[in-house]
Design a protein around this ligand. Structure first.
Ligand code: CU
Length: 476
């Protein structure tokens, strides 16, 4: 992992490096307006004996939206141990996109303004309806793989493992009442090595209970919600907002762009590059105790032969309990299937196995890079949407422990090759929600929030609908 301190140390290097100063000068930019960022270099088959990182620089000047103003065409490689630039190339000069139109702060917008929203007030006249009492579910977001689809010199390596390479903890945002969470929310502090604690998690009631954290991953802001409903359902969502990662270009109109493209023209001289978001959740669900099994509820069409009615067909559920890991590696496009669920050996009074099911949402993209491509090897678990492993305390992060410059030798797909038994044991479900992001002009200069998620829902867990019998609001 790249820690904050070592990234800060190498980020000072370009400003003392003569060839870079010359590149800035050549482009007619003011050095005081230039800021740089560090980018994990990945692994592309080469032998590595140094901890290297690449840098890309941006121009601020009249805007705070520096991500919309990349300085293109320059490759800077730094050695993080030696804290020195070890490779530098200024390959091509491409215009830096203009600052005009990139401002997103409400206070800096100019007329004509859009319609004004009416105030919304959330009140709980009788106080909060919850108390904190230990853990409910052991689950967390374990990796976020974001590969970009531009194979050019300055972009090919941009295949981020946001959690394994950078971590989300150090980049968690302090949450502000009324902006990040409603006014009735309660906050919890987070603590990280090498970082000061700050409110990083809020809990709020909006009929259901929502636990929210926000992380800034470079240009992206991610909003992670766990919504606990009174029905026993848990909705997990990963919202994305912030700014696109854009590439500067000579193009000023989409009609000039012909041939194989790697993005959408979202502003003059600005291409929003195609990419994916694969968010992998580690879900250690203990449904009525740790010993669970994973069941696939497959739907099968049956021809209604020999029936006395005119119907020709119907579908039915053919359940299949996964015995080993291989039985539970599931691609998102496999089906048709009613659901997957984890069940315990305990039964309801009616004799159904007690369980929780996982309901997929529309965010079911799977990796489209070829299997021999290096970023894909490092994240080959993204070829499947769901994996089940027996719980093992060292298997926490699906892309491995040492993700920066990893070769894909220690990851979920590798562990799962042992094909261990997963029946009636403490199992972990690894579920990946995926989106292929084809940017559009609405994503500029700041993207509206896009949510992707899934739901964990009781499946014969209760004897009947648990909401029946709860008192309506305000009734005593
Ligand atoms: Cu995106």
């Amino acid at each position: 992992m790249l820690n904050v301190e070592e990234q800060v140390a190498v980020l000072a290097l370009p400003f003392k490096y003569a060839p870079f100063l010359e590149s800035v000068n050549k482009r007619g930019l003011a050095l005081r307006d230039v800021v740089c960022g560090t980018f994990a270099i990945g692994w592309f088959g080469e032998k590595q004996d140094k901890r290297l990182v690449k840098m890309q620089c941006f121009v601020t000047g009249e805007t705070v939206n520096l991500y919309m103003r990349p300085i293109e065409g320059i490759t800077i490689v730094a050695d993080m141990e030696a804290v020195e630039i070890v490779e530098y190339e200024d390959r091509v000069v491409i215009p830096v996109p203009a600052a005009a139109g990139t401002e997103y702060r409400a206070s800096r917008q100019l007329p004509p303004y859009g319609p004004r929203g009416k105030p919304v007030v959330v009140t709980q006249p009788e106080g909060k309806g919850f108390t904190f009492e230990g853990n409910v579910v052991r689950g967390y977001l374990s990796e976020l793989f974001v590969p970009y689809m531009d194979p050019s010199e300055e972009w090919y390596f941009k295949t981020y493992f946001d959690i394994g390479e950078y971590g989300f903890g150090p980049y968690s945002s302090s949450l502000k009442a009324g902006i990040d969470c409603p006014h009735n929310a309660e906050y919890m502090d987070g603590y990280y090595a090498n970082g000061a604690g700050s409110p990083f998690c809020c809990v709020t009631e909006e009929v259901s209970l929502v636990v929210r954290t926000v992380a800034n991953s470079g240009n992206y802001d991610y909003v992670f919600d766990w919504e606990f409903k009174t029905s026993g359902s848990i909705k997990l969502s990963a919202g994305r907002t912030g700014t696109l990662e854009v590439r500067a270009t000579d193009y000023t109109n989409a009609e000039q762009m012909i041939g194989d493209q790697h993005g959408t023209l979202v502003a003059p001289n600005t291409i929003g590059v195609f990419h994916d978001h694969f968010a992998t959740y580690h879900l250690d669900l203990d449904v009525d105790g740790p010993e669970n099994s994973f069941v696939k509820a497959n739907l099968r069409t049956v021809r209604a032969e020999g029936c006395t009615t005119p119907r020709k067909s119907y579908w039915t559920v053919v359940s299949e309990t996964a015995k080993t890991e291989a039985d539970a590696r599931i691609a998102h496009n496999e089906g048709p299937r009613a659901s997957f669920f984890c069940e315990s050996r305990r039964k309801t009074r009616l004799g159904n196995a007690v369980g929780y099911r996982l309901i997929r949402s529309g965010a079911a993209a799977t990796a489209l890079m070829s299997e021999e491509d290096y970023p894909q090897k490092r994240a080959d678990y993204t070829k499947k949407g769901l994996w089940v492993t027996p719980y093992h305390k060292s298997e926490k992060w699906p892309s491995g422990v040492y993700v920066d410059m990893s070769h894909g030798e220690d990851n979920l797909a590798v562990w799962s090759m042992r094909n261990r038994s997963i029946e009636n044991t403490d199992i972990v479900v690894w579920y990946t929600i995926g989106v292929h992001h084809v940017p559009s002009q609405e994503d500029f200069p700041l993207m509206p929030m896009l949510n992707m998620g899934f739901e964990l829902r009781p499946y014969n867990f209760f004897e009947h609908n648990p909401v029946i019998g709860t008192q309506p609001f305000g009734k005593h």
